[in-house]
Design a binder for this molecule. Structure first.
Ligand SMILES: [Fe+2]
Ligand SMILES: [Fe+2]
Length: 288
C-alpha cells in the first residue's frame, strides 16, 4: 500500500457536484449588504475581493500535479476545477456590485497578487502546500458559516445565498488539494511532509489574518470609518461576536495533528440542502 492510499480517507461515496448558479444579477446589492453593518460587510467584502484571483491560483496549483493521480482523484480535480471556476465568476460579479456601490477593491487585489507572485517564484510544491492550507481554512470557515446562522443573520438574501452556496461546495471539495498533496509527496518522509505542511500553514495563517484585516480596514476607510473605532469594532465582529475567526481555531489546529485529513470530520450533513435534487440545480459541463 502506498503512503497516499494508506492515509487517504476521503469518503468513498463522496460526489463533487458543480452547481451552476447565479446570484444577485437582477438588482443592486446594498453597500452595507450585511444587515446594514459596515464591519460585517467590510470583512466579507475583503474576503470576496481575494476569491477570483485566489481560486484561479488554487486551480493552477492543483492541476500542476494531476499527472500521476489515480482516475478517482483525477475526476475530483476536474470537479474541483469546475466548482472554483464558477465561484470565481460569481464572486467577480459580486465584487463588481461592490464597486458599483462605491468601493475600490484594487488595493486589496494588488495585495493578493503580490503574495501569489512570491509563491509562484518558488517550486510548484510550495504553491500546492499553500493551496492545501488555504483550502483547509476555507473549509473550516465554510463549516462555521453553515453551522451557525448568526454569521449571515440580517444579510441581503441573494448575497447570503451566494455565500452559503460557495460554503457548501468548499466543504464538498475540501479533500482535493490535500489528496493531491499526499499523492505528490509519496516519496517524502512523514517528518518532511509535516514540517513543510506546518510551516506553510503558519505563514499562510499569518498572511490571511493580516491581509484580510488590512483589507477590511481599507474598505471601512472608504466608508469614512477610521482609527480606534474601525479597529475595535472590526476586531469585535471577527473575533468576538459572532467571532468567526475565533470559532474556527480548534478546527484550524487539527491541521497539525498526526493523521490529519480534511475528511476526518465528515460534515456533509451541513450541505444536504445543496444536493443534486435541488430545483435550481442544472448539470454543468466540466470546465476542467
Ligand atoms: Fe471556491
Ligand atoms: Fe476551494
Amino acid at each position: 500500500m502506498t503512503a497516499a492510499s494508506a492515509t487517504r480517507v476521503t469518503p468513498a461515496d463522496l460526489t463533487i457536484t458543480p452547481r451552476d448558479r447565479r446570484f444577485g444579477r437582477d438588482e443592486a446589492t446594498p453597500r452595507w449588504w450585511h444587515g446594514g453593518n459596515p464591519y460585517a460587510s467590510a470583512l466579507y467584502n475583503a474576503l470576496s475581493a481575494t476569491f477570483p484571483i485566489g481560486e484561479a491560483f488554487f486551480v493552477e496549483s492543483v492541476r500542476k500535479f494531476r499527472d500521476g493521480a489515480d482516475p478517482r482523484l483525477a475526476q475530483e480535480i476536474a470537479a474541483f476545477t469546475t466548482q472554483e471556476v464558477i465561484h470565481s465568476r460569481e464572486h467577480l460579479a459580486f465584487n463588481r456590485r461592490a464597486a458599483d456601490s462605491g468601493y475600490d477593491l484594487t488595493l486589496l487585489e494588488a495585495r493578493v497578487e503580490e503574495r501569489l507572485a512570491l509563491l509562484r517564484s518558488k517550486p510548484p510544491i510550495a504553491s500546492l502546500a499553500a493551496t492545501m492550507a488555504l483550502e483547509h481554512f476555507t473549509a473550516i470557515l465554510a463549516h462555521e458559516l453553515l453551522a451557525d446562522s448568526r454569521h449571515l443573520a440580517g444579510a441581503d438574501t441573494a448575497t447570503a445565498a451566494l455565500w452559503r452556496w460557495h460554503a457548501a461546495e468548499e466543504i464538498e471539495h475540501k479533500g482535493v488539494a490535500y489528496d493531491t498533496w499526499l499523492n505528490a509527496t509519496q516519496g517524502w518522509t512523514r517528518t518532511k511532509r509535516w514540517k513543510v505542511k506546518a510551516k506553510v500553514m503558519v505563514l499562510v495563517t499569518r498572511n490571511f489574518i493580516v491581509d484580510r484585516t488590512a483589507g477590511a480596514l481599507e474598505l471601512l476607510r472608504q466608508d469614512g470609518i477610521t482609527g480606534v473605532e474601525a479597529w475595535a469594532r472590526l476586531l469585535w465582529y471577527a473575533w468576538v461576536r459572532p467571532g468567526m475567526f475565533a470559532r474556527v481555531f480548534a478546527a484550524w489546529a487539527t491541521y497539525f495533528a498526526p493523521g490529519f485529513h480534511p475528511w476526518n470530520e465528515d460534515d456533509r450533513a451541513l450541505i444536504a440542502d445543496f444536493g443534486v435534487d435541488d430545483a435550481t440545480f442544472r448539470k454543468v459541463r466540466s470546465a476542467a
